[in-house]
Write a protein that binds this ligand. Structure first.
Ligand code: TYM
Length: 355
């Protein structure tokens, strides 16, 4: 059956890109499928260890953002990755499934490691294997993310396919596979791991920096003016939108007219995603108008949509009792799903079980 898994790293501030590209799109899925949302703290340490207490407070902050955005702990499992041992265990097994060549092609590693690859942690290199483990420890079928995770999800499918192929006979013998829903010559009839579908759609799959329409909005951009943080107040939001880079022309009346105008395209995309309409609908209203008219409208809209969330996040983080309780019960529910999967995987591989 269908099961959704997704996650956000607790590193630095959550920004509008994380909200519009990922978290906000998870909310309606809760009523359609089983949903699991993780705060991926094991991924956060691939970039280095932070001062004592920082990882814990960043983990609570992401959890607060999930809840404030409308993720309901009664409908969804919300937990932090380090509390469910199976992620790390399956990641190790996938370290032995994935090939060096596959990981060498990951563009995000190249970006994050920068010039000094020799000094990147081994964890940063193996990062995509842990991500595959997150998803497949729950045999999740759907993963809603922003565009920058596309390559990692292709790798997840490659890992699942290789595992299914390498162990095809064992999986059939043990009778624990499911029939491949889309039979193909490359895959066996019975699959243990599903081939996960990426869900990357809508006007906000790639929100760009407010200072440079060719660069992705990111937590690590040194300029705070480049992004809208979910913790920004109304003044900060309107200041950042006012200072956002634009070109001198009026907005076009058709989306075709946004081509070659990355900053205009980005702001129209943000407006569309915040109201839940298409870019074409936004241009129907604002086409022909100058940025001097569009920016204040965008700013009012962003404040109206984000302020209640920011307030709720502050309420939740002021006293973390509620958040910690959500994460505790979430990790128990997550373990109940992941434990039997790892039990199967150990059997498939053939480890001697002395218990
Ligand atoms: P992370 O923490 O970098 O980002 C969390 C989510 O936000 C999306 N995102 C964006 N979307 C649109 N525009 C942007 N500028 C933008 N920046 C970030 C990301 O695509 C992501 O959906 N590897 C993942 C975390 C992860 C994960 C997983 C996700 C670990 N295990 C399993 C799904 C399933 C990451 O670093 O996301």
């Amino acid at each position: 059956h269908n099961r959704v898994f997704s996650g956000v790293q607790p590193t630095g501030n959550l920004h509008l890109g994380n909200y519009l590209g990922a978290v906000s799109r998870w909310v309606p899925l809760q009523d359609q499928m089983e949903t699991i949302f993780c705060v991926v703290d094991l991924h956060a340490i691939t970039a280095g260890f932070s001062a004592a207490g920082e990882l814990a407070s960043a983990t609570r902050e992401v959890t607060a953002a999930y809840i404030a955005a409308g993720i309901d702990p009664k409908k969804s499992i919300i937990f932090n990755q380090s509390q469910v041992r199976e992620h790390a265990e399956l990641a190790w097994i996938f370290n032995c499934v994935a090939r060096m060549g596959w990981l060498n092609r990951m563009t995000q590693f190249k970006e994050k490691a920068g010039k000094n690859k020799e000094n990147a942690s081994v964890g940063l290199f193996a990062y995509p294997n842990l991500m595959a483990a997150d998803i497949l420890a729950y045999r999740a079928t759907h993963v809603p993310v922003g565009d920058d995770q596309k390559q990692h999800l292709e790798l997840t499918r490659d890992i699942a396919a290789k595992f299914n192929n390498d162990f095809a006979d064992r999986i059939t013998e043990l009778g624990i596979g499911v029939p491949n829903p889309t039979p193909s010559p490359e895959l066996p009839e019975n699959l243990y791991f599903p081939l996960t579908e990426p869900m990357i759609a809508g006007p906000a799959t790639r929100i760009m920096s407010l200072r440079d329409g060719t660069k992705k909005m990111s937590k690590s951009d040194p300029s705070d003016l480049s992004r809208i943080n979910l913790t920004d107040d109304a003044d900060a939001i309107s200041k950042k939108i006012k200072k956002a880079k634009t070109d001198p022309d009026a907005l076009p009346t058709e989306t075709g007219g946004l081509e070659g105008r990355p900053e205009a395209d980005n702001l129209v995309g943000i407006y569309a995603a915040l109201t839940g309409v298409s870019k074409q609908d936004v241009l129907k209203e604002y086409g022909g108008q100058q940025f001097s008219a569009f920016k204040p409208a965008l700013s009012d809209l962003a404040v109206e949509k984000l302020s209640p969330m920011t307030d709720e996040m502050r309420r939740l983080t002021d006293d973390p009792t509620e958040i910690d309780a959500v994460l505790k019960s979430g990790s128990e529910r997550a373990s109940e799903i992941a434990e039997p999967v790892l039990k199967d995987v150990r059997q498939i591989i053939g480890f001697l079980d002395v218990h």
